[in-house]
Design a protein around this ligand. Structure first.
Ligand SMILES: NC(=O)c1ccc[n+]([C@@H]2O[C@H](COP(=O)([O-])OP(=O)(O)OC[C@H]3O[C@@H](n4cnc5c(N)ncnc54)[C@H](O)[C@@H]3O)[C@@H](O)[C@H]2O)c1
Length: 314
């Protein structure tokens, strides 16, 4: 039986056409939310919305670059227009460019600015326009106000509703640094600071704000990339670095996001939830020693790093 935890809630998922965002849009819809997918990929966004509709859910697609203020404003207006309310924002969109790799000496100022526009500014803009709309939406259908105790209250009254949810996509790259990845690593670390700040600012409004730090998630694009690499030991090396001995899939992240959006998570705010199979909790020297034999046994081993597409060369 499907537990519909989000019935009647209005949601926006940026970058909701493909990958983690695509799976999240489907998961939120399965839980009863009405979902606006905002993405630069028009056809893929429409296709995912159709997939959700075909499965009995509610979803609408909108094309736009969420780093643009006008798009951030329009997506909020569109969600309120379509669904009558806004409760959930999953700020997930990202598309890397070849110009994003490098250290501070190497990256160009224009690459830094465009990278930060999408990694960080887009999330600020989403909240700037989304939070007032969430406030105006009031208590969501199905939310039991009688169960709200105001636990943790320090000043003033408890929020009248505690259903607003912002989930920002950070990364294990926001927690740990890879070489020559200034823009992505600094951007994803900034997402964590921005999340904590918003949690403090918007908690009294009944809105929780959390971040997810995924490990290596094999999305549609990821599958295509590993297909190009075409080297089974290379992928196995990635899996070996995870205590759970596998890399992730988009549904792993979507499940965590859906939980953070549910009533069950109303007392969780300002956290960074790693969903990474334990990748980020290990001592690095042990990982190297654990994988050394495998690398020696597979001298032809290749990963996307060998194609200049690894994080360290992003
Ligand atoms: N896949 C991973 O291993 C991984 C790991 C850690 C964090 N993340 C983060 O998770 C998020 C999703 O990553 P993914 O791997 O699913 O990516 P993806 O490339 O599979 O999907 C990203 C989606 O965002 C859209 N998009 C790109 N630029 C956009 C823009 N300016 N405006 C609107 N939409 C835009 C793309 O069209 C695509 O549909 C990103 O924030 C990424 O940094 C991914």
């Amino acid at each position: 039986m499907t537990d519909k935890r989000l019935t009647g809630r209005g949601a926006i998922v940026t970058g909701g056409a493909l990958g983690i965002g695509g799976a999240t849009a489907r998961k939120l819809a399965t839980e009863g939310a009405k979902v606006l997918i905002v993405d630069v990929e028009e056809d893929a966004a429409e296709a995912n919305a159709q997939r959700i509709t075909d499965a009995g859910g509610t979803a609408v697609a909108m094309t736009g670059d969420v780093s643009q203020e006008q798009v951030a404003k329009e997506m909020v207006e569109r969600a309120v227009h379509e669904f009558g309310r806004l409760d959930i924002m999953v700020q997930n969109a990202y598309g890397g460019g070849n110009d994003r790799a490098g250290s501070a000496v190497e990256v160009k100022p224009e690459s830094w600015r465009s990278g930060m526009d999408l990694l960080v500014t887009a999330l600020y803009l989403g909240a700037k326009y989304g939070v007032p709309a969430m406030e105006e939406s009031g208590s969501a259908p199905g939310f039991n106000t009688g169960s709200w105790t105001g636990a943790g209250l320090r000043h003033g009254d408890a929020p009248k509703m505690n259903v607003g949810r912002i989930v920002n996509l950070s990364s294990v790259h926001g927690l740990l640094q890879a070489p020559r990845s200034l823009i992505y690593e600094a951007g994803k670390a900034a997402v964590i600071g921005l999340t904590r700040q918003m949690a403090v600012d918007f908690g009294p409004l009944g809105i929780t704000v959390n971040a997810i730090a995924p490990g290596h998630i094999v999305t549609e694009r990821g599958e295509a990339m590993w297909g190009e690499v075409g080297n089974e030991p290379g992928f196995k090396l990635f899996e070996l670095q995870y205590p759970v001995r596998r890399t992730g899939v988009p549904d792993d992240i979507a499940a965590g996001i859906a939980f953070l959006c549910s009533d069950e998570a109303s007392f969780i705010t300002g956290v960074v939830l790693p969903i990474d199979g334990g990748l980020s909790i290990q001592l690095q020297e042990n990982i190297v020693m654990d994988t050394k034999d495998f690398i020696v046994e597979n001298p032809g081993l290749k990963t996307h790093f060998d194609q200049g597409r690894g994080t360290s060369r992003r």
